[in-house]
Design a protein around this ligand. Structure first.
Ligand SMILES: [Zn+2]
Length: 160
């Protein structure tokens, strides 16, 4: 599980700030949603692919009739695949099924930009390790999200 939902939500927020400021929550949710596959125990498979990102965008397009929003949701979803690809992974198969349905290979950057979130709650360092991992995600993704948010707020303010 890499990174935590906090990091993935920030990825969606960054895309939303640029493309769909009126739908930030939807973009944040799209950034987190690929991890729904934990529910059936098959992490990093079909939901972690550009195919799934595009499919989700098409669903949003049919639902909201907004190409811009559909692109924002597709890219928010894609940040999840990007971050998991860049992150750490200690459970084989490593990486994400990024190009499904074109192929079912797993891709892994071996970059370890984000620390793996531990689910081994019985270990002594479970809390400190995960708190540190989430803090690093916020340190990496928080500043661009904050800068974009501040810029938009300034642009929204009426000129005096
Ligand atoms: Zn994931």
């Amino acid at each position: 599980m890499v990174p935590s939902p906090v990091g993935h939500a920030l990825g969606g927020l960054i895309v939303g700030e640029v493309l769909a400021p009126s739908a930030l929550i939807l973009c944040a949710v799209a950034g987190v949603l690929p991890d729904v596959d934990f529910a059936w125990g098959g992490h990093n498979r079909e939901t972690h692919s550009l195919g799934a990102a595009i499919l989700t965008g098409l669903i949003v397009l049919a639902w909201k009739r907004s190409p811009r929003l559909a692109i924002a949701v597709t890219l928010s979803w894609a940040t999840h695949i990007l971050f998991d690809w860049l992150g750490s992974d200690d459970t084989p198969p490593l990486g994400v099924m990024a190009l499904w349905p074109l192929n079912s290979n797993f891709y892994f950057a071996d970059a370890f930009v984000f620390d793996a979130i531990s689910r081994r709650y019985w270990l002594d360092n479970f809390f400190t390790h995960n708190a540190w991992a989430v803090a690093m995600e916020i340190a990496i993704l928080g500043p661009p999200a904050a800068v974009l948010w501040l810029r938009r707020r300034r642009a929204d303010r009426p000129q005096s």
